[in-house]
Design a binder for this molecule. Structure first.
Ligand SMILES: [Ca+2]
Length: 405
């Protein structure tokens, strides 16, 4: 999702009226919400949105979206460890699908690379991680009305109110510009739109009409969406033909300096490439990133890594994009695997685990090979029933027990 600010928000500080349930309370909430919409109309008009566009955008919207508030309140019970984050994003399925789509969209990817100077595998990896190559856009549980979602946050989530108001103005201008009809203006609960999950202000800054139909349609046009992502990277300093970084090995028994040094300097203190090759551009400056302690994979990251973080300001995000891009392009890695406290499953086995948990009534979420809160809770419940320790890990052991059940 295209905003570090969103990711850092935590729950809390909601107006109590929106959380309470029950007849009279929800009626109250509706009236307050409708008043908010009525009042924000003049703000929108002051910012150059026509009253007619505003009224069309909010036609039929009378109550806040309770699922948006539910998502806004949700706090993961713990920080995902590195292997959880990467296994859900860089796996056999995301690599294989990326390779298929590289073929299907080759003529457009050729043109986008030519025009923006951003390599196709990076764009495919972003597409995968942002929307599962557009799959998420078909999921009505995930994609919702953008005006309603932003108005809900603006009305009922004090921490996000300013963000939501700014994004709502930008969203209304997208409608006013005719890029997308209002019934197709959908987003995630937090306002991330289309194949590449841009928030409205970033859309305003970077959206591209690549296919030339006169509309910047990142919801329905894959060329528009991928070119928009490429444009963001280019405008933030992407260096054509250069990598995002290198997997390295760390010599034992010493501490390493923070900050950036040339790859030459890193090599001189023993930080060498994991594949044994030399650095192709030894004078480039690079920073050391170790996400899982000394025993996990280590990387020296270069300028393009920081450009990727303009998409989402998290090291693990940029690293997942880089690693997935490399694998789609045919490289392997990382050579040193993420240390997992259990024997991991393949992608297909993870889907099988979810299907079996579903069949036994422990799980009702999507069968998508991604282990989130729902899958973890289901695994824990199953582990509890058969007397295993409840770690919630998608392990070979749990799958064996499920098969024998
Ligand atoms: Ca277009």
């Amino acid at each position: 999702m295209l905003s570090a600010r969103i990711a850092r928000f935590t729950a809390g500080m909601f107006l109590a009226v929106t959380i309470a349930v029950g007849g009279s309370t929800s009626a109250l909430a509706d009236a307050g919400f409708q008043q908010w919409i009525a009042e924000f109309r003049s703000v929108a008009i002051q910012n150059g949105v026509s009253g007619a566009v505003y009224d069309r955008a909010f036609r039929g919207i009378t109550a806040p979206d309770p699922e948006v508030l539910e998502k806004a309140r949700f706090q993961p019970e713990f920080r995902a460890s590195a292997w959880q984050y990467f296994d859900n994003r860089v796996n056999e399925r995301s690599v294989a699908t990326g390779r298929q789509l590289a073929q299907r969209w080759k003529p457009w990817l050729d043109r986008i690379e030519q025009q923006f100077g951003v390599e196709r595998h990076i764009l495919l990896a972003i597409w995968s991680i942002e929307s599962n190559y557009g799959e998420v856009l078909n999921n009505e549980r995930v994609m919702r009305s953008l005006p309603r979602s932003l108005a809900t946050l603006g009305y009922a989530d004090q921490r996000r109110a300013k963000f939501a108001r700014n994004q709502l103005i930008a969203a209304l201008k997208i409608l006013q510009n005719g890029d997308i009809p209002e019934n197709q203006l959908t987003s995630s609960w937090a306002g991330a739109m289309g194949h590449t999950q841009f928030i409205p202000t970033s859309y305003q800054a970077y959206a591209v009409d690549m296919d030339g139909d006169g509309r910047r349609d990142i919801w329905n046009s894959v060329p528009d969406a991928l070119a928009t992502a490429a444009n963001l990277l280019r405008k933030n300093g992407w260096r054509t033909g250069e990598t995002w970084g290198y997997e390295v090995v760390l010599p034992s028994g010493r501490k390493f300096p923070g900050g950036t040094m040339s790859l030459n300097r890193w090599a001189s203190i023993g930080v060498t490439r994991a594949n044994g090759k030399s650095y192709p551009r030894p004078s480039d400056s690079a920073e050391l990133k170790v996400l899982q302690g000394r025993d996990g994979p280590a990387f020296l990251v270069t300028k393009n890594f920081t450009v990727l973080k303009r998409y989402n300001n998290a090291d693990k995000y940029a690293l997942a994009v880089g690693l997935l891009a490399d694998q789609i392009a045919g490289y392997s890695g990382p050579m040193r695997d993420w240390g997992r406290p259990f024997e991991p499953l393949s992608y297909d086995e993870t889907e099988e685990l979810q299907r079996r948990l579903d069949a036994l009534g422990y799980y009702s979420g999507p069968i998508d090979g991604k282990i989130g809160e729902g899958s973890r809770s289901a695994i824990k419940a199953f582990q509890a029933r058969i007397g295993l320790s409840q770690d919630g890990h998608p392990s070979k052991e749990v799958l064996r027990k499920l098969r024998g059940n």
